[in-house]
Design a protein around this ligand. Structure first.
Ligand code: GTP
Ligand code: MG
Length: 603
């Protein structure tokens, strides 16, 4: 959401909050609010009364919703998840990824590459070498660039023309991709020097120090998000890698689209997170084509299989082979075709991304869009999710290795559920979002109704004014005391429900209600999560941990406090310190705590 949207939304929500507190106290107050209401209505320029009535009809649990805080102009400006994806994919098609020599002059390189057309955007990053992402203004430039690019005929490590290159040289697969190498054929002209865009997060110990210097927990939450969230450049690079994969898959399926999903695009991605990709074959023309009633018609002859899963496995198997044999920069390709969701996993070396390529995984795309929508609705949603995800990762509650841990997806759903359970809910239920959907939003995937509104500006809010700090403290308390043994988490209803099965943690899949997204989690891992929530809640309730001054005055400002103190990994094997050590923990000097943090990171 853009800042001006947020400002107006905040204004409307705070005024509504005042009304809640003061409403009905005096005739004067009533008169004042009537005037204010009229002003807001004029200012926001929407038919808010009608919107509120419509809203109330649809969800009787909403007691005093704030009018939809977006005016016509803002509605026109808003771009849905789909629109953002389409634009970014198109940008990626006009882009190339270039491995560059160590020393180079940016101006000269850009001048050289500009021979093929206007460059719209270019940035550099380091990943065991220097790379440039170059976005041309026009797609024709890519064709021109290809025309002027040579195919290496010998092993670049052995000198061309030598005996070694002929006898022991490697042979190239002449697959032309948009991953190129720039060679410098002479000394660097002008001043060498580049600014690199970060592709990974700063280490946790540095983050802890950074946060310890902040003035409030609210500010710590914002700083953490700014330090960890995906940058514009990292997002561009992710779409570009999808586009490079698209070129490989297009050898078999020219009309396919490889698009990213998961944390790369759901608004909760952290620098360095994996890249989940989806091979989309639904856009292939000719499906549902209207056939003439008389005369002739032509149909493709195609292989058929009575199992959709087998078709997906076969397609992924072939594309996996192509990636393995033809995909420059793609290493460690593994086909995991027997998983619940078949996939091809590999590392894309030039970008440094761990990639998972899936097909026929539309529900996951919908889940991604849903998380994106919730994040767009409220800034505090993203802030809280970032803080909780980072906290969970530091303590080994989540992991990049599959296992009995809580996944980031499950954890995010837990945060959303908590936000729905506030006395004034911060975000609406999925059922409510479904009620607001228009005909274009309708989506049924494999019999599951995945419909929900795609335009965030149609969603009214209830005026929750709790701070991110308050929400973080209450999150730990909420899950430190949650009846996991009996209850299931359900963001569709926004209410806990009786557990339908015996899994330790039950989180209903938002779109496939019979499935539990946290089926993998065992009792030990859930126990660790609950204990850590309790410990974190306890830590945040200690007055000396709640403000930098109380932690030792200005001289000891860098002593971890507030959110920073929660990001110091636990020391024992289970990630939980025994009760006795909790009390001594506060007394530890910052240097000792940072040392222990480094030791546990080494382990
Ligand atoms: P990280 O990769 O850990 O940063 O987070 P992520 O959100 O990308 O999670 P992950 O890579 O595990 O999964 C990618 C996406 O697949 C998620 O964002 C969800 O949209 C979807 N997904 C993952 N697990 C499940 C699940 O159990 N059920 C459903 N419906 N979707 C899932
Ligand atoms: Mg992921």
């Amino acid at each position: 959401m853009r800042p001006n949207l947020r400002l107006r939304a905040t204004m409307a929500s705070s005024i509504s909050m005042c009304r809640l507190h003061m409403g009905g106290r005096s005739a004067l107050a009533k008169c004042l609010f009537k005037k204010l209401d009229a002003r807001i209505h004029r200012h926001l320029g929407t038919n808010v009364v009608a919107a509120r009535e419509e809203h109330l009809k649809k969800d009787v649990t909403l007691t005093d919703p704030v009018p939809c805080p977006f005016d016509t102009e803002q509605r026109a400006e808003y771009r849905s998840f789909e629109a953002v994806q389409t634009e970014r994919l198109e940008q990626a098609e006009r882009s190339v990824l270039i491995s560059c020599p160590k020393k180079l002059n940016e101006k000269n390189v850009l001048a050289y590459l500009s021979k093929h057309g206007n460059i719209k955007k270019c940035f550099f990053y380091e990943n065991y070498g220097i790379y440039a992402v170059v976005e041309y203004a026009n797609k024709d430039s890519i064709a021109s660039l290809h025309k002027g690019t040579a195919i290496p005929s010998v092993n670049p490590k052995s000198k061309p023309g030598t005996e070694a290159s002929v006898n022991h040289g490697w042979h190239t697969v002449p697959f032309k991709s948009r991953l190129l190498s720039l060679k410098s054929l002479g000394p660097v002209e002008g001043k060498a020097g580049l600014q690199f865009q970060p592709q990974t997060t700063i280490p946790v110990n540095l983050l802890v120090q950074k946060l310890s210097n902040e003035e409030s927990i609210g500010q710590q939450i914002i700083t953490l998000r700014e330090a960890y969230q995906l940058t514009e450049e990292s997002t561009c690079l992710r779409f570009l890698v999808c586009s490079l994969l698209n070129d490989i898959a297009a050898a078999y399926f020219p009309e396919c689209t490889v698009r990213p999903f998961g944390s790369s695009v759901n608004g909760f991605g952290k620098l360095g997170c994996d890249l989940d990709m989806f091979l989309d074959l639904d856009g292939i023309s000719g499906r549902n084509m209207k056939l003439p009633k008389a005369g002739f018609s032509l149909e493709y002859q195609m292989m058929q299989n009575n199992s959709e899963r087998a078709v997906t496995q076969n397609i992924l198997s072939v594309i996996g082979d192509c990636v393995n044999h033809f995909g420059a920069g793609c290493v460690g390709v593994i086909k995991i075709l027997n998983a619940r969701c078949p996939l091809v996993r590999f590392a894309h070396q030039p970008s440094g991304f761990q990639c998972d390529l899936t097909a026929n995984n539309r529900v996951a795309i919908k889940s991604t869009e849903l998380l994106y929508l919730y994040g767009e609705l409220e800034e505090r949603v993203r802030s809280l999710v970032f803080a909780v995800r980072c906290w969970a990762r530091v303590h080994g509650i989540t992991s990049s290795i599959p296992g009995a841990w809580i996944t980031n997806f499950s954890l995010t759903v837990m945060v959303l559920f908590f936000l729905q359970r506030r006395s004034t809910p911060l975000i609406p239920t999925l059922d409510h979002l479904q009620g607001l959907a228009g005909p274009a939003d309708r989506s049924v995937i494999e019999g599951n109704d995945c419909t929900f509104v795609s335009d965030v500006t149609k969603i009214c809010r209830q005026g929750n004014t709790e701070t991110a700090e308050q929400l973080l403290c209450d999150f730990f308390e909420f899950y430190g005391t949650f009846p996991f043994d009996r209850m299931s988490i359900n963001i569709r209803k926004g209410k806990e429900q009786n557990k339908p099965e015996d899994a330790p943690l039950h989180i209903q899949n938002p779109f496939e209600s019979s499935l539990n997204v946290s089926k993998n989690v065992n009792v030990v891992q859930l126990g660790r999560f609950v204990k850590l929530c309790q410990e974190s809640s306890w830590l945040l309730q200690q007055a000396e941990n709640m403000a930098p001054q109380a932690a030792g005055g200005a001289a000891a400002k860098a002593t971890p406090w507030g959110l920073a103190s929660l990001l110091i990994p636990s020391q024992d094997a289970n990630g939980i310190r025994p009760d006795q050590s909790r009390r001594t923990r506060r007394r530890e000097k910052s240097s000792e705590r940072i040392r222990s943090l480094l030791q546990s990171l080494k382990k």
